[in-house]
Design a protein around this ligand. Structure first.
Ligand code: SAH
Ligand code: DHB
Ligand code: MG
Length: 228
C-alpha cells in the first residue's frame, strides 16, 4: 500500500468514525456483542456500525415484520436488523458454524432480542429448504452475508421465501473491486459476479449495487426489490 493509499484509508476511517459517532452511536448491547464476538476469536467481519444502521433503516422504510438473514457470525448485524421490527416481528438468521451461533444467541439474549430473533444452525443450503418446507415466510426483508460462492443460490432461495415488494440486500459484492475481475478463479468473486449478472436478467427483480468505503475497506452492497 502506498503512503497515499494509507492516507486515504485513514480518511475513510475518520469519516466512518465521525458519521458513526453522530448517527449510529453504540449502546451497551451493541458494544458487548462486538466485544464478545472478538473475545470468542471470531473474525472482525461484522458490518460497520453505520452499515448496521443502514440495514436497520432499510428494514424500517420497508415496514418489515419478518426478516431472514443468511450468515449470522456473532449476531451484530442481527441486532441492528431485529431492532427494526415491531414487538410481534420475527427474524430468523442462518449460521453454519455452531460456535458462531452460540455467540450470536448469547448476544441476542443480552440485547433482549431472543424473543424476536432466532439463530438456526446448519449450512444455509440445507436450512433454507427446511424453512420453506416448514412454512416460514414470506419474508419482507432478506440480508445475505454468508459464503459468497453461494450468493446465486441464496438469491434464488430468497425469491422462493419472499413476496412481491420484499427487499433483498447482499453484503460484500465489491471486495476491493475484484468483482470486475472477469478472469478470476476466486469462488467468492465468481459467485458474486454470477449473482449480479443473474439479478440483472431476472424479470422478477429490480436491483442495483453501490460501492462503499470505510473502516471495512473498499466494498459494497447490492439492493434488490422483488417486483409485483
Ligand atoms: N452478518 C454478520 C457477518 C456474517 S460473516 C454481521 O455483519 O454481523 C459470515 C458468516 O457466514 C460466518 O459466521 C460464517 O460462518 C457463515 N457462513 C459461512 N458459510 C455458511 C453457510 N454455508 N451457511 C450459513 N452460514 C455460513
Ligand atoms: C468476509 C465476509 C464478510 O461478510 C464481510 O463483511 C467481510 C469479509 C470474508 O469472508 O472475508
Ligand atoms: Mg459481510
Amino acid at each position: 500500500m502506498s503512503q497515499n493509499d494509507q492516507g486515504q484509508r485513514e480518511r475513510w476511517d475518520a469519516v466512518d468514525h465521525y458519521v458513526t459517532d453522530h448517527l449510529a452511536p453504540a449502546d451497551e448491547a451493541l458494544s458487548a456483542a462486538l466485544a464478545a464476538t472478538e473475545a470468542a476469536g471470531l473474525p472482525a467481519i461484522s458490518v460497520a456500525p453505520n452499515q448496521g444502521k443502514l440495514l436497520q433503516l432499510l428494514a424500517r422504510v420497508q415496514g418489515a415484520r419478518t426478516i431472514l438473514e443468511i450468515g449470522t457470525l456473532g449476531g451484530y448485524s442481527t441486532i441492528w436488523l431485529a431492532r427494526a421490527l415491531p414487538e410481534d416481528g420475527r427474524l430468523i438468521s442462518l449460521e453454519y458454524d455452531p460456535a458462531h451461533a452460540d455467540v450470536a444467541r448469547a448476544n441476542l439474549a443480552h440485547a433482549g432480542l431472543d424473543g424476536i430473533a432466532e439463530v438456526r444452525t446448519g449450512a444455509a443450503l440445507d436450512t433454507l429448504p427446511a424453512l420453506l418446507a416448514g412454512g416460514a415466510g414470506p419474508f419482507d426483508f432478506v440480508f445475505i452475508d454468508a459464503d459468497k460462492r453461494n450468493n446465486p443460490h441464496y438469491v434464488e432461495w430468497a425469491l422462493r421465501l419472499t413476496r412481491p415488494g420484499s427487499v433483498i440486500v447482499v453484503d460484500n459484492v465489491v471486495r476491493g473491486g475484484s468483482v470486475v475481475d472477469a478472469g478470476s478463479t476466486d469462488p467468492s468473486v465468481l459467485g458474486t459476479r454470477r449473482m449480479i449478472e443473474e439479478m440483472g436478467k431476472n424479470p422478477r427483480l429490480s436491483a442495483t449495487a453501490v460501492q462503499t468505503v470505510g473502516t471495512k475497506g473498499y466494498d459494497g452492497f447490492a439492493l434488490a426489490r422483488v417486483l409485483d
